[in-house]
Design a protein around this ligand. Structure first.
Ligand code: PLP
Length: 370
């Protein structure tokens, strides 16, 4: 049985050229980038080449890009670092964020390190920007933390507008850009103040990522004990993965128009086929969201509670929510927050350039049985 992978928001298959370059680095460059000899210099040069390539792609200065183990570490570093280094007293976010953000912020609130405010949103999951403006108007030093592309619904945040509201009120803006890196022209030259990425979401390796911290902000490091990443992230660098991440982003952005055009067609085809074959299904979130993500709601019934498991046994990999909750029967916190948990079973389908129309046909034909 051919297995069909439609869970690319959880992770993407690594590109063969990325795996090759990593293999080459692992076999040929073993020096510690911090060592002051030839072996160290060769390794350091590779890291700085990768930094140059990624920072150019994101239109930020090389000194504004820091390598980490992935998005979770980047989010955690920025949130704690902004409280300790920049005097942030309040974090404004929404209950639709990824658990990596939500649980870190909840913990910060529990520890009494900052006040936490959750923004209102509508039934499609659009953040209420008037609520944002109103909340920021009292002058408390605030970090606004809102994701660009929602990993469950695909909704896109109006980044420019949010950034303008933040600037108007002197608030800082951190955006979880994990799901949109490599899928747009990621121009961070003007905003947000802080952005993040995880390589495995754009056909790179797992366990490596980055954070963008604009040069005017000196945040406090989370990991100490080494001068790596200009004292912002101690620990010997994951050399091969950093090189692989640069290669993956370069590939993604060079092909972004073709890939995203193709993926949009797949998403539209899925919508059309679902409408035809499963008329009582609904679509959760914004219909104009990112092309890679589609959230389908099946009417809840006793027979379809295990649909993600059942689809797996039939050869289809999809998700009921974010990566960490797939595999667990808990209903997605996003679907709960939207008030849909009692009525629908959410199926998140997420595409990459490696999917095709035939897979979509097979998938929808299977889904109609549930
Ligand atoms: N933020 C978003 C929007 C995500 O989709 C994910 C991964 O599912 C993360 C953060 C966490 O990424 P990582 O597990 O690579 O640290």
């Amino acid at each position: 049985m051919d297995y069909i992978y439609l869970d690319n928001a959880a992770t993407t298959p690594i590109l063969p050229e990325v795996a090759d370059i990593m293999d080459d680095v692992n076999r040929t460059i073993f020096g510690n980038p911090s060592s002051i000899h030839r072996f160290g210099n060769i390794a350091r040069d590779k890291i700085e080449e990768s930094r140059l390539s990624i920072s150019k792609a994101l239109k930020v200065k090389p000194s504004e890009l820091f390598f980490t183990s992935g998005a979770t570490e980047s989010i955690t570093t920025i949130l704690y670092g902004a409280i300790r280094g920049l005097g942030v007293q309040r974090i404004v976010t929404s209950r639709l964020e990824h658990p990596a953000t939500l649980q870190t912020i909840e913990k910060i609130g529990r520890l009494g390190l900052a006040e936490v405010v959750y923004l209102e949103f509508d039934k499609q999951g659009h953040i209420n920007l008037q609520h944002l403006s109103g909340t920021l108007s009292n002058g408390t030093k605030t970090l606004v933390c809102l994701m660009h592309a929602n990993n469950e619904l695909g909704n896109l945040l109006p980044m420019k507008k949010v950034s303008e509201i933040c600037s108007e009120h002197g608030a800082l803006f951190l955006s979880d850009t994990v799901q949109s890196i490599g899928k747009f022209d990621n121009d961070f030259s003007e905003y947000p103040d802080f952005a993040i990425g995880s390589a495995h979401k754009f056909h790179g390796p797992k366990g490596v990522g980055f954070m963008v911290v604009k040069s005017q902000y000196k945040i406090d490091a989370l990991m100490v004990g080494g001068a790596q990443e200009r004292n912002m992230r101690a620990g010997t660098e994951n050399l091969a993965s950093i090189v692989g991440m640069a290669k993956a982003l370069d590939f993604a952005l060079k092909n972004v128009e073709d890939s995203m055009g193709y993926i949009s067609e797949l998403k539209n085809l899925t919508i059309e086929r679902v409408k035809n074959l499963i008329p009582d299904a609904v679509f959760n979130g914004d219909a104009c969201g990112i092309a890679t993500i589609l959230n389908i709601g099946l009417p809840k019934a006793t027979h379809n509670k295990m649909v993600v498991f059942n689809l797996d046994s039939k050869g289809f990999a999809v998700s009921g929510g974010s990566a960490c909750s797939s595999g667990v029967l808990n209903i997605s916190h996003v679907i709960k927050a939207l008030g849909l948990a009692e009525t629908i079973i959410p199926i998140r389908v997420s595409f990459s350039r490696f999917n095709n129309a035939e897979e979509v046909e097979l998938f929808v034909n299977m889904l109609k049985n549930y």
